[in-house]
Design a protein around this ligand. Structure first.
Ligand SMILES: [Zn+2]
Length: 350
């Protein structure tokens, strides 16, 4: 025996092949990490979680994930919370109040997964910016990526350069993510690229919300702006995820905190605003014509082949104050109808 290893193994995550975020070539499993034999980059995998960041293009640096000083993501400012005793108790309560759910029950990622699973058995799902939440539902293969380590995260990856081959997934989920990326159009183009023909996207993105997560908060979308962001998709359903009551809650807090930077004032005003938050968010569903003053929009669409939706068609589709949108997704078309959709290969002219 000469001890020669076999051909290098292609790197994969839950059975999904991984690509170099720089040039899209398949990565190989190497001793030091995941190797791109084309550009020679070796991506580290500290703790078994690959860091698939394009170091030159991304706002994030690979080195940060090695030293443990990387971006905290949704845990922003919380990981360092070493408070104890009553202060710790108060901060937990404040978090619970601040995260109080809206009274709008819009169809979320689980509903989207149910829709896609009815069309395709064993759908392959990508969750962009998953944080520590694991998407549950009828999918054997859910890959979760984020730019921060968290228990549910399978790989560190930036939405601008998704490390997956074209046409890999049946559903991509991006909830409260696209406001945090420098170039949302590029990220949506990447989402479309990694979707198989006929694949679906589910996204929730803020419209009227104050800045959150500091420097990593770039963009807001009106309902029509959000639709335009997904012009490479046909709309299945869309609506309002957080309503005008939620806007009132965040605006009240922002306004009160802006009065003074004194500590006692921030504690007093911040507490008053937090106590009002669950009450105001309960108002969301009772203000059904508040789309033009909503806090966040959702979109569920199917990858569109051919030209994107034109701006003229988008403007023509505008519905003033179009309400909350549907509270459930339509019944998916039958699998036969799906198979006969425009993505079917053209018949030969014989
Ligand atoms: Zn490469």
């Amino acid at each position: 025996m000469d001890g020669t290893a076999g051909p290098p193994r292609t790197a994969a995550l839950r059975g999904i092949p991984l690509c170099c975020p720089g040039d899209g070539r398949l990565l190989l499993q190497a001793e030091a990490g995941l190797l791109c034999s084309h550009c020679g980059t070796c991506y580290p995998a500290p703790g078994g979680v690959p860091v698939l960041i394009h170091d030159a293009r991304s706002a994030f640096a690979i080195a940060d994930y090695i030293g443990g000083a990387g971006y905290e993501g949704a845990a922003y400012g919380r990981a360092a919370d070493a408070a104890s005793g009553p202060r710790r108790w108060w901060r937990r309560l404040a978090r619970a109040l601040g995260d109080a759910p809206s009274s709008i029950r819009h169809p979320g990622p689980e509903a989207a997964l149910g829709y896609v699973a009815a069309l395709r058995p064993s759908p392959r799902v990508l969750v962009v910016g998953s944080g520590g939440l694991r998407l549950g539902g009828p999918a054997d293969c859910v890959v979760q990526i984020d730019v921060a380590f968290a228990p549910g995260v399978d790989a560190i990856a930036d939405g601008h350069d998704l490390p997956f081959p074209d046409g890999t997934f049946d559903l991509v989920v991006a909830v409260a993510v696209l406001e945090h990326v420098a170039d949302p159009q590029r990220c949506v183009a990447e989402i479309r690229r990694v979707l198989a023909p006929g694949g679906h996207v589910h996204a929730v993105t803020p419209f009227l919300q104050p800045v959150h997560m500091g420097a990593y908060d770039f963009t807001r979308f009106t309902p029509i702006g959000h639709r335009r962001l997904f012009r490479g998709f046909d709309e299945v359903a869309a609506g309002i995820a957080l309503g005008t009551g939620s806007v009132a809650a965040s605006t009240l807090r922002g306004a009160l905190l802006s009065v003074s930077s004194r500590r006692w004032w921030r504690v007093l005003a911040g507490s008053a605003a937090l106590l009002a938050t669950p009450v105001l968010r309960r108002l969301d569903r009772w203000l059904p014509n508040g789309a033009d003053a909503a806090s966040a929009c959702w979109f569920f669409g199917r990858r569109r082949e051919g030209d994107p939706v034109s701006d003229r068609a988008l403007v023509g589709s505008y519905r003033e104050g179009f309400g909350m949108g549907p509270l459930s997704l339509p019944r998916p078309p039958s699998r036969t109808a799906e198979a006969a959709s425009p993505i079917a290969p053209p018949k030969s002219r014989t």
